[in-house]
Design a protein around this ligand. Structure first.
Ligand code: SF4
Length: 175
């Protein structure tokens, strides 16, 4: 048994080198955490940001071999689906996410003919690590898709990264 534990502030990750298939999903998905040129090569706090812990969980969940696992996930307060609300606020040019009714963050956009440009996403630090950012981007993009009027230009790095990690949403991109 060669499983080794890497501890972070919110999330611990374990890795079993004997079953790793070297797919590269981890290093491509979150190079801030998985870097074979660093020691240790897994740093769960490397992506520390409002959404870092959630991104890490997403990437580990895509490890095809099971070499990577999230440990003590109960440490991370998860958002119940019905406590999250995402709405478009056209007057302020932004999608807003609420957790338990409280404004947790927003994604700002500009509109032009056939195009919605996401310029900036912000999550209140008080809600960090609860998946609000991911829920926000997903719902905003689902709304854009449902309306069918515009392509997406993600100037905001968070929206851009989210789309990169969620195949199926890249068809919305403006090319
Ligand atoms: S994603 Fe999993 S299988 Fe692929 S390189 Fe990373 S640890 Fe190995």
């Amino acid at each position: 048994m060669s499983r080794k534990l890497y501890s972070g502030r919110l999330v611990d990750v374990s890795f079993d080198g004997e079953i790793c298939e070297h797919s590269g999903v981890c290093v491509r998905g979150l190079p801030e955490v998985f870097n074979v040129n660093e020691r240790p090569w897994i740093n769960p706090d490397g992506a520390w940001s409002p959404e870092g812990a959630q991104l890490l969980i997403d990437v580990v969940g895509r490890c095809p071999s099971g070499a990577l696992k999230i440990e003590r996930p109960e440490q991370l307060p998860r958002v119940e689906e019905d406590s999250v609300g995402v709405t478009d606020n056209p007057a302020r040019h932004r999608y807003e996410v609420r957790l338990d009714g409280e404004l947790a963050g927003f994604a700002v956009y500009t509109l032009s003919e056939g195009l919605i440009t996401f310029t900036h996403t912000e999550i209140d630090p008080a809600f960090e690590g609860r998946g609000a950012g991911s829920a926000l981007v997903r719902a905003a993009l689902d709304d854009v898709r449902a309306k069918g009027e515009r392509k997406v230009l993600p100037l905001c790095p968070f929206v851009k990264g989210w789309i990169r990690r969620h195949p199926g949403y890249d068809e919305l991109l403006y090319r």
